[in-house]
Ligand binder design. Structure first.
Ligand code: ATP
Length: 270
């Protein structure tokens, strides 16, 4: 058992009892920013209805890799990607893929809560309207369902017309997750979703992710080793753009194969 820096590791929530089918198959993915080879030949399976954590020191390529899974890196002019990410029998890196549709199916939540400067209900309804939903009844119902899914409904049901920016940081982040859920994605990508939050709000998000994984595939970038140990079924350790090790979280944290994995998770570097 690897000794952790601050805490005892608990795997209570994430013991992989039954291997889920692979939802996204990442094969030989290389990502470049101009001459900078930021992600090097990464091959991993991402299992459905499981949480996969991406860990590693700053600058090792975690966010770059995450953003590639729903083609957000397309927005960066110098970014270029090679390899295959198979999803529903299609290589989503193929330039012909409809990225608007892809991002409906593979949603994203960022480090800083980024609600639209609109009302709470509009935050859920705008993406739906953009996707062509017109029925007021449907819009209202989806708003209620999504806010209930993230445990926010009772806190905001009497002030749905108030600005989303009037919510606390933790509530805003749950609203952003609800907004991602509105489009009924299969996969939710989260880039350090709790790093800007206080411990109580972070704990709520962790609980929420454990609930959501029964219905959604989740990939999360985290700097928090305890968080990965608590919630992730699978963990991938990146270092200097390379995937050093991938496995069940329990195996990676208790019996890592590589010395650099052991050093990182025990806080000896990073
Ligand atoms: N928009 C960008 N344009 C150019 N280079 C970038 C861009 N984003 C990241 N990089 C480079 O890609 C490499 C990987 O960065 P990335 O942000 O993916 O790492 P990370 O592991 O997520 O780091 P952190 O934990 O600090 O967020 C770094 O060398 C970084 O400078």
């Amino acid at each position: 058992m690897i000794e952790m820096k601050n805490n005892i590791v608990s795997f209570a929530n994430n013991t992989v009892t039954q291997k889920r089918p692979v939802q996204l198959s990442v094969e030989h993915v290389n990502i470049f920013y101009g001459e900078n080879h930021a992600v090097k030949d990464v091959t991993i399976p991402i299992h459905e209805k499981s949480i996969t954590a991406l860990i590693g020191p700053s600058g090792c390529g975690k966010s770059t890799f995450l953003r590639t899974i729903n083609r957000m890196n397309d927005l960066i002019p110098s970014a270029r990607c090679e390899g295959t990410i198979s999803y529903k029998a299609v290589n989503i890196l193929n330039p012909k893929v409809d990225v608007v549709q892809l991002r409906k199916e593979i949603g994203m939540v960022f480090q800083q809560p980024n609600p639209f400067p609109k009302s709470i209900s509009e935050n859920i309804q705008l993406p739906l309207r953009f996707a062509g939903v017109r029925s007021k009844k449907v819009l209202k119902q989806v708003t209620e369902d999504c806010l209930k899914q993230v445990g926010l409904w009772d806190e905001v049901k009497d002030r749905l017309d108030r600005s989303a920016t009037s919510l606390s940081g933790g509530q805003q982040q749950r609203l952003c997750i609800a907004r991602a859920l509105a489009l009924k994605p299969d996969v939710i990508l989260l880039d350090e979703p709790t790093s800007a939050l206080d411990p109580v709000s972070s704990a709520k998000i962790e609980e929420l992710l454990l609930e959501l994984k029964t219905s959604y595939t989740i990939v999360i970038v985290t700097h928090n080793m305890q968080q990965a140990a608590r919630i992730a079924d699978y963990t991938a350790f990146f270092y200097q753009g390379e995937l050093v090790e991938f496995g069940t979280t329990k195996t990676l944290f208790t019996t890592p194969e590589k010395k650099s994995t052991a050093d990182y998770i025990s806080g000896r570097f990073g």
